[in-house]
Design a protein around this ligand. Structure first.
Ligand SMILES: [Zn+2]
Length: 273
């Protein structure tokens, strides 16, 4: 058990997840299965042997070029592997949000973080979060809470269904109503339905309070990052900005330090007593 909590092990494990997320990101728009065929060079289609497919290291070793056709391999591949590894390693410092057992908490957070990164990558590329990813994420969130709430908090089955499914559905409906009104006021679509469904998935993991605080925090994070990107002229003022990555970042923070802590920070910011 102690080995698993070792940061080096977690970093290696996280980089492997990052490598898998790269495959998912690359194959999703092309509708290629994520399990078959094995990794191949997008240019020359040659299969990549395992020893040239080691996260981060292989890219550095090959100096960012395919061994066979010498075409450039995007820097984004090792970058995503590195970021995923860093985020998953950082989970070791998380406050036990899902379970008082640090190891179980870490399993939940690793899974949750991977879902958040996957959703962000696909949303950034395609301005959409796939329904099957959301469904998979929601079911796994509910199952994870079903087990941990029962074992560590003694909640009964109906309470867990109420907290993580029924309240999540209510949250989805209320968010859509809010979105509808806001869209009427600003006379354009405020949030896509994908964002509502994504918040539903987040709610199956973090509960309704967690999803609500995720949304509030994402407005701040989104606002700051969008202004920076516009000032740096990285995105046009009227360009469509995917909101999923901001929700992911907020949900990650809340998974790490807990809903209550983030709520207190926001409250103190406004000095509401
Ligand atoms: Zn090649």
């Amino acid at each position: 058990m102690e080995n698993v909590l070792n940061p080096i092990f977690l970093f290696i494990f996280g980089s492997c997840i990052g490598s898998f997320l790269n495959v998912y990101r690359f194959r999703y728009p092309k509708s290629i299965s994520i399990v078959y065929p094995r990794s191949f060079c997008p240019k020359c289609k040659k299969k990549i042997p395992w020893f040239l497919n080691i996260p981060i290291i292989s890219w550095l070793f090959l100096k960012g070029k395919c061994k066979f056709c010498k075409s450039n391999i995007s820097f984004q591949y090792p970058f995503i592997e590195f970021i995923t590894a860093m985020l998953i390693t950082s989970n070791i410092f998380a406050i036990s949000h899902f379970s008082p057992n640090h190891f179980v908490n870490l399993i939940g957070l690793t899974f949750f973080s991977s879902l958040l990164i996957a959703a962000s990558l696909i949303d950034l590329d395609n301005l959409v979060i796939p329904n099957n990813l959301l469904l998979f994420g929601s079911i796994s969130g509910f199952i994870f809470n079903l087990v941990t709430r029962k074992i560590y908090f003694g909640d009964n089955f109906l309470t867990i269904i109420y907290k993580y499914i029924l309240l999540s559905i209510i949250f989805l409906i209320l968010f859509e109503v809010f979105n509808f009104i806001l869209s009427m006021i600003i006379k354009k679509e405020a949030f896509g339905f994908g964002d509502s469904k994504y918040l539903f998935m987040i709610s199956t993991w973090l509960g309704i309070e967690g999803a609500l605080i995720t949304f509030i925090l994402s407005i701040y994070i989104g606002g700051i990052i969008s202004i920076l990107l516009i000032l740096l002229r990285l995105i046009p003022r009227k360009g469509k900005i995917p909101f999923g990555p901001y929700l992911s970042l907020s949900a990650y923070v809340i998974g790490m330090i807990g809903t209550e802590k983030v709520f207190l920070i926001i409250r103190d910011f406004y000095m509401i007593r």
